[in-house]
Each structure stands twice: as C-alpha cells, then as structure tokens.
Design a protein around this ligand. Structure first.
Ligand SMILES: [Zn+2]
Length: 143
C-alpha cells in the first residue's frame, strides 16, 4: 500500500466525439421543423427510438420514417442537483422519460416545469434546441 502514488494535482481532460449522422439526418432535420420522427422496420413493423439503421429485432436494413407527433406523456423524471463535470454550472436540471404514441419512449431534459408540481401522465411535447457549437438536441416542455 505504501508504494501507491499520492494524488497531488487535478488535470482536465477534454474528449471530442465525431458522431456520424448520415443515417439519422432525417430525424434532426425533421426535429428542426418541429416534427418528431423515428424509424419503423419495413419487415416486422417495430418502431424504434433512437432511429435505427438496422432493426434490433429482425436485423432488416429496410425502414421507413414515421411521424410520432410532438406530443408525449410524462412517464417519470428526476431532478439532478449534483451535476456531472460535463454539465458543470448547468444544474440543477430535470431529466425525464416520456412516452409517445406507439409506446415509443425517449429521454430528455424537462424544461419549463417545476419538478415539485410535475407528475407522471402530464402532457409534454418535444422541442428542438441548438447547443454550443451548433449541435442540435431536444428537450421536453409542457404541452
Ligand atoms: Zn424488424
């Protein structure tokens, strides 16, 4: 135990990711127009979210885009008070899971709702946002 190094300083580490979006471009372009779409397998009919290039059930590569509508129902949520380093200075914030028609569930930040008054079943809708560096993301807001 005596030969373990002691921690004397802290250094920041920056990670950068390039995420290919060619197969999900339709999702982001639709979202920027206020439409929430995802993939439906042309073979077995499974609706997946996030959009999938290959069906997780039958592995078929043929799919079609289906409009889920922006409206969803809040399933559950939690408020984050102790934020991870990557969200330093952004807390507290609320993370929620909401369910769209066809039973599709998505995870996103919940904005514009006091977590003290939010409750499962309340109606929310998904909205597009643009983050630092121009990257798109989405949030839930009250419907
Ligand atoms: Zn399938």
């Amino acid at each position: 135990m005596d030969d373990l190094p002691q921690l004397r300083s802290r250094r920041s580490l920056t990670l950068r990711f390039d995420i290919p979006i060619s197969k999900t471009r339709e999702f982001w372009e639709s979202l920027s127009r206020g439409k929430f779409v995802t993939t439906k397998c042309a073979n077995c009919g499974r609706v997946s979210f996030p959009p999938q290039s290959d069906c997780p059930d039958c592995m078929a590569s043929e799919s079609e885009w289906v409009d889920l509508g922006p409206e969803a129902s809040l399933v559950t949520f939690t408020q984050v008070r102790v934020t991870p380093a990557s969200f330093e200075g952004k807390g507290p914030y609320t993370i929620a899971i909401a369910e769209f028609r066809d039973g599709v569930r998505a995870l996103a930040w919940l904005e514009g709702v006091d977590p003290e008054t939010a409750e499962p079943g309340m109606k929310v809708r998904i909205e597009a946002r643009t983050g630092e560096g121009g990257n798109p993301y989405y949030v839930f807001v009250p419907s």
